[in-house]
Design a binder for this molecule. Structure first.
Ligand code: GLU
Length: 457
């Protein structure tokens, strides 16, 4: 394709004008603006140098959700008290398939957080090569400390409204922070009851009722496969590497498992209270303890040091001060500051593969790109989760179940294809691969071309 050369000052002006337009409408939505700006910085220059997108306002349309649903979620706690939470679903873009994306239950959930996540999801889902549009939803409900009965009543109330707006060919939610197998079960149960149909309307389902093997593992495994793909470009691999992981939930657990299986040593895990440092490495049996602690007992990561006294718990800090070659941020957004990014580099870290969504602040991203390390943004490196959700949807439609090996090999292939797309659009003249640019443009092109074909809708 013939690309026009555009002067840098024109590009800068256009980015500024575009961001002013977004800010005029949503000035207080800081996380959303952050996600949009990161995309605009790489996609606006591409649009300007590419005649087919001229005057089509594709990015202006993409930052405006197709639909935003916001609803009351009343439920009764174990003491008989009525609690009112707020529920959301952002149906961001359906140009290439039904809306697809997780539900997050966390007290910090608001419109800005969910719009940033939905916006990222559009690009991420396009990168998977599967036919999925982008959406996100959730609630400011805090599952911490709630009983199973309370979780069930909340999920049932949430779905009693959401069920009107979703469907296997319309919008297919899944999990995210605070929404795992237990919540998906309760949500699915209420959907089925209200709609009187058994359908693949949610992903992350249990194995006996339509789930896919490898779905629980997929985000964490995919993040590690992506790191492997990046290392391969340097003739390098994971064997013997020291890795810091943040988080201790679903993504962190399976990133730790896969990295360890591939010969690396994971030395940290964290939660909102602090992090554990085990310099001997978190091997399979220690990880089994963590999984039981977090998933069944719903305990805190600091309990790790009671069981393994050689490890340390560092309260109130994140693990980025620990020496490592590879960092896998798998907790949440903005969990690596500019200062922490510098510390990581000073300590010899040269690979970052994001398991979480937007875990690096804009300053951290700039520092990683300027240092020309192997840095993968979440929309590329954590796409394995939603990709496997796409595989779950296919199996549901075909009324079949693929084996672990089949799903895992499809996941590996998708992660390697995403890596190739990043190479196609992100390779610089000096050979450096800018994965941010690559992921943003590759995701954009797929969605933009579909939007062009469908006209102004
Ligand atoms: N919440 C996950 C993500 O951020 C998975 C979404 C899905 O499987 O639909 O991509």
């Amino acid at each position: 394709m013939e690309l026009k050369v555009v002067k840098p000052e024109i590009v800068r002006l256009q980015i500024k004008e575009f961001m002013n337009l977004v800010k005029e409408r949503d000035n207080h939505q800081l996380e959303f603006l952050q996600a949009v700006e990161e995309v605009a910085e790489t996609v606006v220059p591409y649009i300007l140098s590419n005649e087919i997108y001229k005057g089509k306002q594709i990015l202006t349309r993409m930052v405006e959700p197709e639909r935003v649903l916001m609803f009351r979620v009343p439920w009764v706690n174990d003491e008989g008290k009525i609690i009112v939470n707020r529920g959301f679903r952002i149906q961001m873009n359906s140009a290439i398939g039904p809306y697809k994306g997780g539900l997050r239950f966390h007290p910090t959930v608001n419109l800005s957080i969910l719009k940033f996540l939905a916006f990222e999801q559009v690009f991420k889902n396009a990168l998977t090569t599967l036919p999925m549009g982008g959406g996100k939803g959730g609630s400011d409900f805090d599952p911490k400390g709630k009983t199973d009965d309370e979780i069930m009543r909340f999920c049932h109330s949430f779905m009693s409204e959401l069920s009107r707006h979703i469907g296997a060919n319309t919008d297919v939610p899944a999990g995210d922070i605070g929404v795992g197998a237990r919540e998906i079960g309760f949500l699915f149960g209420m959907y089925k009851r209200l709609r009187n149909e058994f359908t693949g309307v949610l992903t992350g389902k249990g194995m006996s009722w339509g789930g896919s093997l490898i779905r629980p593992e997929a985000t964490g495994y995919g993040t590690v496969y992506f790191a492997q793909n990046m290392l391969k470009t340097k003739g390098d691999g994971l064997d013997g590497k020291i890795i810091t992981v943040s988080g201790s939930g679903n993504v962190a657990q399976y990133a730790c498992e896969k990295a360890t299986q591939l010969g690396a040593k994971v030395v940290t895990l964290s939660d909102s209270l602090g992090f554990i440092y085990d310099k001997e490495g978190i091997d399979a049996s220690k990880l089994a303890f963590v999984m039981d602690l977090k998933n069944n007992k719903r305990g805190r990561i600091k309990e790790y040091v009671k069981k393994y006294p050689n490890a340390k718990f560092i309260a109130g800090e994140r693990p980025w001060g620990i020496r490592c070659e590879i960092a896998l941020p798998c907790a949440t957004q903005n969990e690596i500051s500019g200062e922490e990014a510098k510390t990581l580099l000073e300590n010899g870290c040269y690979v970052i593969s994001e398991g979480a969504n937007m875990p690096s602040t804009p300053e951290a991203v700039r520092i990683f790109l300027n240092a020309k390390i192997l840095y993968a943004p979440g929309k590329a490196s954590n796409a394995g989760g939603v990709a496997t959700s796409g595989l779950e949807m296919s199996q549901n439609s075909l009324r079949t179940n693929w084996t672990r090996e089949e799903v895992d090999s499809k996941l590996k292939k998708i992660m390697s294809d995403i890596h190739d797309s990043c190479l196609e659009f992100g390779k610089q003249e000096d050979g450096y691969i800018d994965y941010v640019k690559g992921a943003n443009i590759a995701g954009f092109v797929k969605v933009a071309d579909a939007m062009l074909a469908q006209g102004v809708v």
